[in-house]
Design a protein around this ligand. Structure first.
Ligand code: CP
Length: 302
């Protein structure tokens, strides 16, 4: 992991994923350590973010590191027409690692090819969100006490949702059975189903989930990604297609947990929030420990 960019979750082997999760356990016990005293980390967000940027910045601050960067590229020379290549090459001179979110699929891979420091992909369009996946897996392992042989329901926008794409790849190391619940317009892309076919893993596709939810160990809800639709009318057709409500949890497994990368819009009713099965806010907290593990591993400090 040392000095390697994290662009796709497929960049990490099963052993490396497990190593990050073990380290995150240690950071949860002690998140305040002066491990990044000599490091400057750039957080470059070309797209809006609350959790990813602020949990990275919290992770860095709690380890004594310095942060440079921006949350809105309109205040940078990108506005004057500077290319991504020139932006990344320049900022590489000022820091030890770059965390980047960008709307274009493949932008993180491109940045990793032109940068002189490691790049951590904080989301590139509808493609990948590998650090979210690691915190999701940390949350799954913590609540289920295992990653093996689980039944995971992915619900909502499986076409544009980068978090489910990354999570599918990583959980395919652990003999997961997948249930994909989406409207036909937002189905899991064929490339990911082919990945499961090649590994001989089971998956099922449904348009309704109330009938099957009792089988789930994890229900992973997702927001319909309005920003990825070119036609607003198409978004309007599907925006409220699934809403999880408290009464729907009655017949679910005792230890089932509801995850959501957040932000949510309407897909989880607020009457679910106080239920023991709602885990999404703790999941967001786990992002701090997991990102501490990622940063220190890449910087070769842990
Ligand atoms: N989960 C996630 O990526 O949230 P933000 O868009 O708020 O960073």
């Amino acid at each position: 992991m040392k000095n390697r960019s994290l662009v796709s979750i497929a960049d990490y082997s099963k052993k490396e994923v497990l190593r990050i999760l073990e380290l995150a356990v240690e950071f949860e016990k002690n998140p305040y350590q002066q491990l990044l005293n000599n490091n400057v980390i750039a957080t470059l967000f070309f797209e809006p973010s609350t959790r990813t940027r602020l949990s990275f910045e919290s992770a860095i601050s709690r380890l004594g590191g310095k942060i440079i960067g921006f949350s809105d590229s309109s205040s940078t020379s990108v506005q004057k027409g500077e290319s991504l290549k020139d932006t990344i090459k320049t900022i590489s001179n000022y820091c030890d690692l770059i965390v980047m979110r960008h709307p274009i699929e493949g932008s993180a891979r491109y940045a990793s090819e032109v940068a002189s420091v490691p790049i951590v992909n904080a989301g590139d369009g509808a493609n990948q969100h590998p650090t979210q996946t690691l915190l999701d897996m940390y949350s799954i392992k913590k609540t289920q006490n295992t990653l093996d042989n689980l039944n995971i329901f992915m619900v909502g926008d499986l076409k544009y949702g980068r978090t489910v794409h990354s999570l599918l790849i990583a959980m395919s190391y652990f003999n997961t059975t997948f249930n994909f619940i989406s409207p036909k317009e937002l189905k899991m892309p064929a490339v990911y189903k082919l990945h499961l076919d090649n590994l001989g893993l089971k998956y099922y596709e449904h348009t309704d989930f109330t009938e099957y939810i009792s089988e789930a160990d994890i229900v992973y809800m997702t927001r319909v990604q309005k920003e990825r639709f070119s036609d607003p009318i198409e978004y309007e057709k599907v925006k409220n297609v699934y809403v999880l409500r408290k009464h729907m949890l009655e017949k679910t497994k005792k230890n089932m947990k509801i995850l959501h990368p957040l932000p949510r819009v309407n897909e989880i009713n607020e009457d679910v929030d106080e239920n023991m099965k709602a885990y999404y806010f703790t999941q967001a907290l786990n992002g701090v420990y997991t990102r501490q593990a990622i940063l220190t591993s890449i910087l070769g400090i842990k």
